[in-house]
Design a protein around this ligand. Structure first.
Ligand code: E4P
Length: 217
């Protein structure tokens, strides 16, 4: 399973990249705003800076919601760097735009997916990635992971190439369950990725090994 980091924070992206396990980055307007990025030029420069840190795909979300606007914005974003994946919302004009981008060889990430039907539409339109939001479904008492399982079955039934990019991941159990269910990618906060390192038996075991090592040094 590929690991993407779900942030626009350059320090966190660098930290995950330095760990050697990072396959890409996802951003969204809320994450960009959180970093205080303001103005078109600064936004563009920020995407370029992210692409310089990582080797893999970097999702950059369009703001337009009409077909022409999404296409114009998406083409400009895609022209920034071959790593850029145009992130398009799951709306009617978004699906049409994904079909267009797919025909032009521009990578897409269909975002704000909350149902299997939406994922199926995105795959049929030729999306590179589809982003089901696990955590936000959990927030409204709906099993987000169940949606990942459903989409996996549907995509496998018909051999869709669209990759399942599990999003709105909140903690380590989400990551582990996504891996069990065959999600192609999980985009995670840095804390959840680093959380995978932790086990008290590892800490205790290492402490004892290091104590014993002193006996023969
Ligand atoms: C990433 O592609 C999504 O925009 C993101 O995972 C949403 O996460 P949130 O539900 O924690 O805002």
């Amino acid at each position: 399973m590929k690991f993407f980091i779900d942030t626009a924070n350059l320090e966190q992206i660098k930290e995950a990249q330095d760990l050697g396990v990072l396959d890409g980055v996802t951003t969204n307007p809320s994450l960009m705003a959180k970093e205080g990025i303001k103005g078109h030029e600064n936004v563009i420069n920020h995407y370029k800076a992210i692409c310089e840190i990582v080797d893999g795909d970097v999702s950059a979300e369009v703001i337009a919601t009409d077909y022409e606007g999404i296409v114009k914005e998406g083409e400009a974003l895609a022209a920034l760097n071959p790593q850029i994946v145009v992130k398009v919302p799951m709306i009617k004009d978004g699906i049409k735009a994904i079909k267009y981008f797919s025909s032009k060889g521009i990578k897409t990430n269909c975002t704000l997916v909350f149902s299997a039907g939406q994922a199926l539409l995105a795959a049929k339109a030729g999306a590179t990635y589809v982003s089901p939001f696990i955590g936000r479904l959990d927030d409204v008492s709906t099993d987000g992971l169940e949606l990942i399982a459903q989409i996996r079955i549907i995509f496998d039934n018909y051999g869709y190439d669209t990759q399942i990019l599990s999003a709105s991941v909140r903690h380590t159990m989400h990551i582990i369950k996504c891996a069990e269910l065959g999600s192609d990618v999980a985009t995670c906060p840095l804390s959840a990725i680093l959380g995978l390192l932790n086990h008290p038996l590892t800490d205790n075991g290492l402490k004892k090994f290091l104590e014993d090592a002193k006996k023969f040094q």
